[in-house]
Ligand binder design. Structure first.
Ligand code: CAA
Ligand code: FAD
Length: 379
């Protein structure tokens, strides 16, 4: 693994950093307070190529490597984790799965507009009774001539109302358990498909999280992704890459909070000197910087393995487990460094602390990452 970034990777990182500062920072507090989706900002992210970064240029993507994606995710998450989760889902859960397993027709019809950021995608695995226990899918898809009839409910779907292309996991043959699960492309507006209420959340409040209901939705057979029975493998392999995106999101939340704490510590004076001159604050900053660097290396290692075509499931689980823990610890300390000012919205760190928590829950909780890691260790 080369620790030196290429010129292209540095250019992507700098472009994302600039975009976040110029376009995302303004209004981020209001969007959080009002739980408002960053519509205009996400459109700009599409125009700048951040929504289909790793997709082959022949499908209108950026053709970039996963390291560039991690760098961009970190920069965007420093400022607005609601925008970055939209980006992460579109890139690594929706575009990746379609490019890897979709038919040529599906790529032409669905992947291209997703990679250009003209359309937004959603990934629909979780259900009211199937979160961590993802094999317990209750949503069914029954074959009826040249269509499947979908019935069921999906929960907690990111980009739930913004998306227009939904990758939906459903049971096609319950007797085969997880080997009888399949994946489908469902379009917004298909009859019987309704979007449920928006969740009122602790953090990433600008992200639109919804339940989705499917009642006798007729989905053409050509919208099945891969063979019948591929769905669980499709979901798990997609999540291996998705977890790199969420690890990078956690890293960005942590490094954003750290940068704010560092700046504040140099400015704020108590007992006649900047608080950065008190050893207790210096040690906090030293711990934060060290933990962030370790999290960054795990993210880059997982991305590097993916780019090399090697197994990265274990590395991505480790990166997500560790970076999300660091995001929680660092954001709590960043609030502490700010004292009372850290507790109010104006200084941003309280939002980052609230945003950090979700990184330990979605795309597999920390407990699930430990299951993935320990199974690999013991295999
Ligand atoms: N990569 C590839 N294959 C995997 C895998 C991985 N990481 N994890 C499991 N599998 C495969 C297994 O090899 C097995 O395949 P075979 O039967 O062909 O050998 C199959 O999946 C079933 O695996 P298990 O027997 O281990 O099943 P299990 O029920 O004991 O545990 C689990 C599976 C790892 C816990 C899985 O259910 C899981 O990952 N749960 C978490 C679900 C999750 O991450 N949801 C995220 C939803 S999307 C989201 O959250 C997006 C967002 O917020 C923005
Ligand atoms: P549960 O599975 O009920 O877990 C409850 C607790 O028990 C957790 O602490 C868990 O770690 C623990 N636990 C469960 N099983 C075990 C075990 N075997 N061993 C040890 N501990 C265990 N899903 C999607 O499909 N698409 C999305 O776009 C999406 N976006 C989301 C956005 C938000 C804001 C949220 C909150 C969730 C989102 N999810 C999405 C769902 C998310 O992936 C699930 O919430 C998550 O996988 C956990 O499932 P659960 O909520 O049902 O918790």
């Amino acid at each position: 693994m080369n620790f030196q970034l290429t010129e292209e990777q540095i250019a992507v990182r700098d472009a994302a950093r600039e975009f976040a500062k110029v376009e995302l920072l303004e209004g981020v507090i209001e969007r959080d307070t009002e739980a408002r989706f960053p519509t205009e900002q996400v459109k700009l992210m599409g125009d700048l190529g951040f929504m289909g970064m790793m997709v082959d240029p022949k499908y209108d993507g950026g053709g970039m490597d996963t390291i560039s994606y991690v760098l961009a995710m970190e920069e965007i998450s420093k400022i607005d984790a609601s925008a970055s989760v939209c980006m992460s889902v579109n890139n690594s859960l929706v575009c990746w799965g379609l490019e890897k397993y979709g038919s040529e027709d599906q790529k032409q019809k669905y992947l291209k507009p997703l990679a250009r950021g003209e359309k937004i995608g959603a990934f629909c695995l979780s259900e009211p009774e199937a979160g961590s226990d993802a094999t317990s899918q209750k949503t069914t898809a029954e074959l009826d001539g040249d269509h499947y009839i979908l019935n069921g409910t999906k929960n907690w779907i990111t980009n739930g109302s913004t998306a227009s292309i939904y990758l939906v996991i459903a049971q096609t043959d319950p007797a085969k358990k997880h080997k009888g699960i399949s994946a489908f492309i469902v379009e917004k507006g298909m009859e019987g498909f309704t979007i449920g209420k928006k969740e009122d959340k602790l953090g990433i409040r600008g992200s639109d999280t919804h339940s989705l209901m499917f009642s006798d939705v007729r989905v053409p057979v050509e919208n099945r992704i891969g063979e019948e029975g591929l769905g669980f493998k499709f979901a798990m392999e997609t999540l291996n890459g998705g977890r790199i995106g969420i690890a990078a999101q956690a890293l960005g939340i942590a490094s954003g909070a750290y940068e704010l704490a560092l700046g504040y510590a140099k400015e704020r004076k108590t007992f006649g000197k900047p608080i950065s001159q008190h050893q207790a604050i210096q040690f906090k900053l030293a711990d934060m910087a060290t933990e962030i660097e370790a999290a960054r290396l795990l993210c880059l290692k997982a991305a590097h393995l993916k780019d090399m075509g090697e197994d990265y499931s274990y590395a991505s689980a480790m990166a997500k487990l560790y970076a999300s823990k660091v995001a929680m610890a660092v954001t709590v300390e960043a609030v502490q460094v700010h004292g009372g000012y850290g507790y109010v919205k104006e200084y941003h760190v309280e939002r980052l602390m609230r945003d950090a928590k979700i990184t330990q829950i979605y795309e597999g909780t920390s407990e699930i990452q430990k299951i993935v890691i320990s199974r690999k260790l013991l295999s």
